[in-house]
Write a protein that binds this ligand. Structure first.
Ligand SMILES: CCCCCCCC(=O)SCCNC(=O)CCNC(=O)[C@H](O)C(C)(C)COP(=O)(O)OP(=O)(O)OC[C@H]1O[C@@H](n2cnc3c(N)ncnc32)[C@H](O)[C@@H]1OP(=O)(O)O
Length: 282
């Protein structure tokens, strides 16, 4: 009896610290508690239901075509080689991870119900079928003056027959310029976006979206963007955007600090009044 209770507890200990990514430890733990087939299945299913890390959508999946993979490997190599100290490339790039939830980290949804907050998903990352809509990965140069996005447009983004919808292209441009401006400063909102469509983008093709910082003027970030074929020979779209830093984030931070200071002050005042009343009673 004592042995079996001990076994269960050791199993719980194992389960609690189960590093789902480590197959060796997984087998060791499953040997202690997970004995039957259904229990073993649990070990494999649970991590998928309650993953420890959110899924990074900027990593390759089976839908990525040859061009997308080649470009991803190219920029990834430049990133890796740069971090390994090989400086002969001149340009250092960093891949930006991409998750489908932001409300977990930001509190912009002051007017949103808890249900909406829990169900909110990033517009470009909310279609489960890989390759159906927006497949993209963003890299930024170390000096943050330049960003490059490799974008593969899926079949759900059709506008004119066989070509990508202008709104979907604008969405991707907004994502790149918005992300770029946020990297350069505090969170931003796009105030203005001018888009010129030069030539249609065939559905299913991969394109490059490159953004550069034109000018920084106080809170405002002026960013220009070009969408081209992967070899740069064909210009699809040009855009310029103005992304000012958000006021409300500053207000939120200030509000938090003021509330914290107020609480500290109240605690100190309470402590003092209790101490004084104790002294007087003596
Ligand atoms: C990971 C994925 C990232 C995705 C990022 C996507 C980014 C987005 O899509 S954001 C969503 C779309 N954008 C919006 O909904 C924004 C709605 N607009 C707003 O909230 C506000 O107008 C906002 C925040 C842009 C500016 O507000 P606020 O800072 O209070 O205004 P204000 O102080 O008057 O303007 C700031 C500066 O921007 C300028 N500006 C404001 N609006 C515009 C405009 N439409 N065009 C040009 N300049 C403008 C102002 O002239 C001012 O400049 P200056 O300081 O020199 O006078």
């Amino acid at each position: 009896m004592a042995r079996s209770v001990g076994r269960i507890f050791s199993g719980f200990r194992c389960f609690g610290s189960l590093p789902f990514g480590n197959p060796l430890l997984k087998t060791q733990c499953s040997g202690v508690l997970f004995r039957t087939t259904s229990e073993r299945t649990l070990v494999h299913v649970l991590p998928k239901i309650f993953p420890r890390k959110p899924r990074d959508f900027s990593l390759p999946n089976s839908s990525w075509g040859k061009e997308m993979m080649e470009l991803y490997n190219h920029y990834n190599r430049l990133s890796k080689e740069a971090t390994e100290g090989q400086e002969d490339h001149g340009e250092e790039w960093t891949r930006l991870p991409s998750y489908n939830r932001t409300l977990k980290y930001a509190t912009g949804g002051a007017y949103l119900s808890k249900i909406i907050q829990s169900k909110a998903r990033l517009f470009t990352r909310n279609i489960r079928d890989p390759g159906a809509a927006f497949e993209y990965v963003l890299f930024f140069r170390q000096d943050k003056l330049k960003c490059v996005c490799i974008f593969q447009a899926g079949h759900l983004l059709e506008g004119p027959p066989g070509h990508v919808h202008g709104g979907a292209i604008a969405t991707m441009i907004d994502t790149v310029t918005g992300t770029h401006a946020s990297l350069l400063s505090a969170p931003v909102m796009t105030a203005n976006l001018n888009v010129n469509y030069r030539s249609p983008i065939p559905l299913g093709s991969t394109v490059l979206i490159e953004s550069i910082l034109d000018k920084e003027d106080g809170r405002k970030m002026y960013i220009s963007c070009r969408v081209t074929s992967t070899d740069g020979s064909k210009l699809h779209t040009e855009a310029t955007g103005n992304c000012p830093q958000c006021h409300f984030h500053f207000c939120h931070a200030t509000l938090c600090i003021v509330t914290l200071l107020l609480l500290l002050f109240l605690h100190a005042a309470l402590f003092l009044s209790i101490s004084v009343s104790n002294l007087l009673r003596r």
